[in-house]
Design a protein around this ligand. Sequence first.
Ligand SMILES: [Zn+2]
Length: 163
Amino acid sequence: MVSAKDIAAAVRDPEMPMLTLDDLGVLRDVRESSAGTVEVTITPTYSGCPAMATIRDDLTRSLQEHGYQVQINTQLVPAWSSDWITANGRRKLREYGYSVPGPAPVRRLGPVPLTLIAAPRRIHCPRCGSDATQLVSEFGATLCKAQYRCLKCLEPFDHVKEI
Ligand SMILES: [Zn+2]
C-alpha cells in the first residue's frame, strides 16, 4: 500500500520533470485523515509561477487515482527557497545538464520583495566545468532559470536561480 505522502512526493515538477515535488522541497505537509481524505500543503517555488496550477492538478489527480479525497493548501510563509532543493534533486539537475543554484540570498524579516534582478554569480559550466561563462538572458525557458553560455565549450545551459 502506497502512502499518500509517497504518492504526493513522487509527483513531478512540470518545468523540471526530472525533479519530484519532494526533490524540490515544495511539499510541506501531507496529512491523512481517517475518512480517506488527504490534506496536502505546498509552498510555491515562485509567487505567480504558472507551473503551480499544474502541480495542484497533478497532485489532486494522483491522489484521487488512489481513492483519496484531496484538499490542497498553499502556504506562502516561509517563502520557498532554492536552498530547499534536496541533495538528490541537485544531483538530478546536474545529471540533466543544469547549473545548480548556489546559496540563496539572506532574507530579512518582514515582507520579502520579489526581486528577480541579476545578482552576480560565479557559474561553472555543467558540461566542462569551466568558469568562463557568460549570462545570455536572466530569463531562460522559465522564470526560475537564467540562460548562460560556456565560453570554453560554447555550449548553452540553464542555471536554476537562487531565491
Ligand atoms: Zn563548458
